[in-house]
Design a binder for this molecule. Structure first.
Ligand code: GRF
Length: 221
């Protein structure tokens, strides 16, 4: 008599190991950081995680087009339309449906509640365009960060990837990269250089490092 197939729970452990975790990227704007993650996935820099979903807080975000072009499912959770609680409830539902292990905030403009962040402790990353703890916290977003850097006259700025907790820009730091400030800089030119030299490099690198750590923890004997 031929052997019967084993039920899933009795299959040898080896066959149950996965080699990628599921990543959701949350966006609100142009999506250049999302693009860096997509490119890193295509080049193999990001190989321990797969972007399974892009959620936008803004229905008109160009980031949605970038996701569609890359064949990644998209959804919108707009706090203006649904209220903050409604938008968070929608996001939680989507994360559950797509079995998301890691959330990457890439220019997502809403501040997540303590209830939300505590459900994903050390499972949410954010990219911030300065060297935290400088020029961060409430009110420091977009061009405001670079305006403040130029106003204060610092010679070095950069970007930071950190875990997200209930304090805006307050979670543990994962990676940072410094960028020189030039005398000729405008907020716009500095923003572009920080993105090109720092953000687009450290965000994929941090996403890979955290994905690999989650996989390794899961696959521990
Ligand atoms: C980036 O500067 C990022 O650091 C900040 O929001 C901006 C998003 O830009 N959190 P993009 O949408 O990725 O182009």
């Amino acid at each position: 008599m031929g052997s019967l197939p084993l039920p899933f729970s009795e299959k040898p452990e080896e066959t149950m190991k996965r080699n990628k975790i599921n990543i959701a990227v949350l966006v609100s704007g142009g999506g250049t950081n999302l693009q860096a993650l997509i490119d890193a996935q295509e080049s193999g820099i990001l190989h321990s995680g797969k972007i399974v979903l892009v959620i936008s807080g803004n229905p008109d975000a160009y980031a949605l087009k970038r996701a569609e072009k890359a064949g990644i499912p998209t959804a919108v959770a707009c706090a203006k339309a649904l209220g903050r609680e409604g938008a968070e409830a929608r996001i939680l539902q989507l994360l559950d449906t797509y079995a998301v292990d890691l959330i990457v905030l890439a220019g997502f403009m809403s501040i997540l509640s303590r209830d939300f962040t505590s459900r994903y402790d050390h499972r949410i990353l954010n990219i911030h365009p300065s060297l935290i703890p400088a020029f961060c916290g409430v009110g420091f977003y977009g061009l405001h960060v670079h305006e403040a850097v130029l106003k204060r006259g610092v010679r070095i700025t950069g970007a930071t990837v950190h875990f997200v907790n209930e304090i805006p820009d307050g979670g543990d730091i994962i990676l940072q990269k410094a960028v020189r400030v030039l005398d000729s800089d405008t907020p716009e030119s500095l923003q572009k250089r920080v993105m090109r030299q720092a953000e687009w490099k450290i965000l994929p690198a941090a996403a890979e490092a955290v994905s690999l750590k989650i996989l390794n923890e899961e696959n521990k004997p």
